[in-house]
Design a protein around this ligand. Structure first.
Ligand code: NAD
Length: 248
């Protein structure tokens, strides 16, 4: 699917986004897939990125492709690898002619007490959840400045603002995303490139549902207690945020 460009005739429903060229990291699943679909529905061209087996990637690209009239391409760039990130941004520019909207969404999680936290998991989470955003922004910004228009959205987390135990790398990385967002927002404020982050609490996505069993084991409680007393404890609605709410 890499480099495949599909043209369609259906129109989107958001003039601001129609014809814009977007890149959403980590968009083969969950929140990123929801954002990529919504951008496509609004008429944007979308570069989908992420990991996954062939069937998962194929299904995600088709879902984005079917959502709107624009071009949809896939990049398998691994967000742990700076060289692949740079090549992905250049491929987006080569394919679409520009990169107008960058959504940094790729993220992973690992839950462990600090004394047992594997150093390689720390490195992977910092690279994926924080450093990848530095590399995409660094590569995309010159193109946005040259075009005089750009939008950068970093998907951070409630954990950019508060901590939870057993999530040392994730919480550190997301606090870093909050700082990076504010720095770049200041630097690009006069260039017509607003830089924002979205900091959701618990969203019903594979990343969260996949943590329930591990969290239950680490804390010695049931999975029902994890959902009620850990994941939704501070959530006033006592319901998971839905992916479509973030994408909107
Ligand atoms: P998810 O597991 O459903 O999706 C993660 C995406 O990132 C997938 O497409 C995956 O392939 C991709 N990815 C992971 N490692 C990658 C790598 N090395 N290179 C390229 N792609 C990679 O997770 P999600 O819940 O949709 O989370 C998306 C983002 O939202 C993450 O940054 C996460 O921290 C953040 N977030 C999620 C929640 C939540 O409750 N789900 C809450 C706050 C923030």
């Amino acid at each position: 699917m890499r480099g495949t460009v599909v043209s369609k005739t259906r129109t989107g429903n958001n003039d601001l986004l129609a014809g814009k060229n977007s890149l959403v990291t980590g968009s083969t699943s969950g929140i990123g897939l929801g954002i990529a679909r919504r951008l496509a529905e609004c008429g944007a061209n979308v570069m989908v990125n992420g990991l996954g087996d062939h069937d998962q990637v194929d299904a995600a690209v088709r879902a984005v492709d079917d959502a709107g009239p624009g071009k949809v391409v896939f990049s398998p760039a691994n967000m742990i690898q700076p060289a692949e990130i740079n090549a992905m941004v250049e491929e987006a520019v080569d394919t679409f002619g520009a990169i107008d909207i960058l959504v940094n969404n790729a993220g992973i999680q690992f839950v462990s007490p600090i004394q047992d936290f594997p150093p390689e998991k720390w490195d992977d989470i910092i690279a994926t959840n924080l450093s990848s955003s530095f590399h995409t922004i660094r590569a995309a910004t010159p193109h946005m400045i040259a075009a005089g228009w750009g939008r950068i959205i970093n998907i951070s987390s409630l954990h950019a603002l508060v901590a939870s135990p057993y999530k040392a790398a994730y919480v550190a990385a997301k606090h870093g995303v909050a700082g990076l967002t504010q720095v770049v927002a200041l630097e690009l404020a006069q260039q017509n490139i607003p830089v924002n982050s979205i900091a959701p609490a618990s969203v019903e996505s594979p990343l969260v549902t996949g943590q329930i069993a591990d969290t239950a084991r680490v804390r010695g409680i049931t999975e029902e207690e994890v959902v009620r007393d850990v994941m939704l404890a501070a959530q006033p609605t006592k319901k998971f945020v839905q992916i479509d709410e973030i994408a909107e």
